[in-house]
Design a protein around this ligand. Structure first.
Ligand code: ADP
Length: 699
């Protein structure tokens, strides 16, 4: 019993000082352990079984062999030295055998450890038995070192204890220590597992990754804080709820349901989930099937990374790339169109200038060539102006100058300039109409007259360009758009029309309905300039059209109702009319033009009469002599020139201002020659008219 207690102490030494020690490889530690084993051996030797006088036996062989096996060479050698020293000190007949047993037992243990390193693995009881047998067989042979007469009796005496005590003790203590070792390792592993599980769940809870676990039915078993934060839910709102019905997009539900049911979940995939507000979040998922110890699938654990921003920037990047490529392509198309656009009138200018230098050219031909050169030159200026406008719009240098605008001036000027334009004259089956409601005739507002005029001109030019016959109508109304009072202009035609899918594109830079249509049409920048201008005026531009039936372009110009207050502060270049209480005859065959002039002269207490043609004018002059005649030179029945001749003949003294659509130097000279006081070119601008009248009436 005593020995068993000591052996147990030995086993505990192994557990506490060896297995649990982190500094196993320190030499000092090994020596200390060796001393402790030596001490245990000494205690064993102090309580021996005395076989014969001077021949004592104890279980030192068990302790030392097991020490060699479990502790290795250094502790065992130290223990062997301690035990051997004590045995020498004891002396007696059995000393040599005792020392031999000490060394052979320890040595066998150490050698077993080195030559059978895998002895613990499976059949360690067998290994321990074999080693115990070997140690104690050697011990038996050590009896040879006893005095001859004691050998046999000793063998007889120790054979039975060897078999029933020593060998089983070796096995028992070895088994005990192996178990201790295994328990220790299990405990360690368990501790590590608990620790890593703790760290893992902490990681899952706090990491900036979405983490969820669903069971086999797709119900949510776990989700982390980040998941809740990102989706906007509280835990109790989704715990136990269906993952598919709560988070998966409708169109993907069937597919995901099937894959959860079949446990066929891909390890990694990109997908979208819905947050509480119904917005989508892009997630890169990594999934694993969860299994219990029997291998049965219990659910799916997923970790996901929020890639919404990444996706968005990817999309933006792709869009930017697409736009850059598109813009590159459009610029090339534009350049080739432009070079064609510029080259055509330029060739005409060069070609006809050469023809003009020919000597034998009659006046008629010369005038014809001259007109061609002039119109091609004008065309070139138009193109260059357009290019300048585009580049100003692109570089945000396009300026809007707000001042008082007179709607009648814009409308009548537009009508006047197009009515007499070459473009319209070249298309005899096309008529131009203006729809200008009465209630807007005197409308004044704050905006940029020139820019509005530019947009209208562009739209009407296009309408004429793309229409062969029928009517081009332009007009204006006043509307409340999005709570802001706006003027809504329109230009409609009965031309080729525009496909609905091009409605937006035609307002983009360098775009045409047909990209290779430039031979026939323009360069595709007019509408983009219009859009740029309307945007700057804070309005909108759009089109309504039907292929083959015609198009109607609209644009709005918002104006502010507090304009009246600001009006006085606005710097305008307007000249005011300085005549009062005069009688004026407007000789003008076009009703719209008469209305316009009438509107301009209103408010000055003038007595205005209208002569629709030359004959009516001459008749009127028989009755009265006005202070001023505004004489249209291009009237039916009797032209302005005929009237002038007649007035001269009759000796009527009145001031006459000629108005004509032709803006040549010759025209002016000719009018003055025929007796006019001055001359004004159509389209008539308010300021110009006032300054000419002021000048003529004070002369
Ligand atoms: P372009 O110089 O080619 O006329 P725009 O920018 O003015 O350039 O017009 C862009 C395209 O829109 C034109 O090429 C034409 O295809 C189409 N378009 C513009 N106005 C009309 C219209 N009134 N009728 C039919 N198509 C039109």
């Amino acid at each position: 019993m005593q020995n068993v207690a000591i052996l147990l102490a030995f086993a505990l030494l192994y557990d506490y000082f060896w297995l649990q020690s982190r500094k196993k490889n320190y030499l000092l530690k090994k020596i200390f352990i060796g001393l402790a084993i030596g001490a245990i051996t000494l205690i064993l030797m102090l309580t021996p079984g005395v076989l014969l006088p001077g021949i004592v036996f104890d279980v030192r062989s068990v302790v030392l062999s097991v020490s060699g096996l479990f502790f290795g060479e250094i502790p065992t050698i130290v223990a062997m030295i301690c035990a051997a020293s004590y045995r020498i000190y004891l002396g007696g007949d059995g000393m040599y055998m005792g020392i031999a047993v000490i060394f052979t037992a320890g040595l066998i243990g150490v050698l077993w450890r080195y030559f059978r390193p895998a002895w613990r693995d499976k059949k360690f009881i067998k290994e321990l038995t074999l080693m115990g047998l070997l140690v104690h067989f050697v011990m038996l042979t050590c009896t040879m070192l006893l005095p001859e007469d004691k050998i046999l009796s000793t063998i007889e005496n120790i054979a039975i204890p060897l078999i029933v005590i020593y060998i089983p003790s070796t096995i028992l203590i070895g088994w005990f220590m192996v178990t201790q070792e295994k328990n220790f390792k299990n405990k360690r592993a368990n501790e590590k597992l608990v620790e890593s599980e703790r760290r893992f769940s902490e990681l899952l809870t706090n990491v900036h990754l979405l983490s969820i676990i669903v069971d086999n039915d797709g119900n949510i078993v776990f989700c982390n804080e980040f998941f809740l934060k990102l989706t906007g839910y509280r835990y109790y709102e989704i715990a136990g709820k269906s993952w598919i019905d709560t988070f998966v997009l409708k169109e993907n539900r069937a597919e995901i349901r099937k894959s959860i049911e079949n446990h066929d979940v891909s390890n990694h995939y990109e997908g979208e989930i819905l947050n509480k507000n119904g917005n989508t979040i892009s997630v890169f998922w990594s999934n694993v099937l969860l299994k219990d110890e029997t291998g049965t699938v219990t659910g799916i654990a997923s970790i996901g990374q929020d890639i919404t921003d990444k996706k968005l920037s990817e999309e933006k990047l792709l869009e930017a790339k697409r736009r850059a490529e598109e813009s590159d392509r459009l610029k090339s198309v534009f350049l080739s169109n432009m070079s064609h656009e510029i080259r055509t009138p330029l060739n005409t200018v060069v070609g006809f200038s050469e023809l003009l230098s020919e000597k034998n050219l009659n006046d008629k031909k010369r005038k014809e060539y001259f007109d061609i050169v002039k119109s091609s030159g004008n065309k070139l200026i138009e193109i260059i102006n357009d290019i300048l406008d585009i580049s100003k719009l692109e570089t945000k240098q396009f300026k809007i100058n707000k001042s008082v605008c007179y709607l009648n001036e814009i409308m009548y000027n537009t009508f006047e300039s197009f009515k007499n334009s070459a473009e319209l004259k070249n298309k005899p089956n096309l008529t131009l109409q203006m729809d200008f409601p009465d209630f807007l005739q005197d409308f004044e507002f704050e905006s940029d007259t020139n820019r509005i005029q530019q947009v209208l001109d562009n739209l009407i030019t296009n309408a004429i360009k793309y229409t062969e016959k029928g009517t081009i109508e332009f007009g204006v109304t006043s509307n409340l758009i999005n709570g802001i009072q706006s003027l809504e202009f329109y230009v409609s035609d009965t031309g080729i029309g525009i496909d609905e899918k091009m409605y937006e594109l035609i307002f983009e830079r360098f775009r045409q309905v047909e990209e290779n249509a430039y031979h026939q049409y323009g360069a595709g920048i007019g509408l983009s300039i219009c859009k740029g201008i309307v945007d700057l005026l804070e309005g909108k531009i759009w089109v309504d059209s039907k292929i083959g039936e015609g198009s109607k372009f609209y644009f709005t110009v918002p104006y502010h109702t507090d304009f009246e207050k600001k009006k006085k502060n606005i710097k305008t270049e307007n000249i005011s009319l300085n005549i009062m209480n005069k009688r004026v005859i407007i000789a003008e065959d076009d009703k719209n033009s008469f209305f316009y002039l009438n509107a301009l002269l209103k408010g000055h207490n003038l007595e205005i009469s209208h002569a629709e043609n030359g004959e009516v004018l001459l008749k009127m002059l028989e009755q009265e002599t006005p202070d001023l005649i505004l004489l249209d030179m291009n009237m039916p029945v009797k032209s302005g020139y005929d009237c002038l001749a007649e007035i001269k003949k009759r000796g009527i003294k009145t001031k006459i201002i000629a108005q004509t659509a032709y803006a040549g130097y010759d025209d002016r000279e000719r009018c003055i020659e025929f007796g006019c006081s001055d001359y004004i070119a159509k389209p008539i601008k308010r300021g110009e008219l006032y300054s000419v009248i002021n000048k003529v009436m004070t002369d």
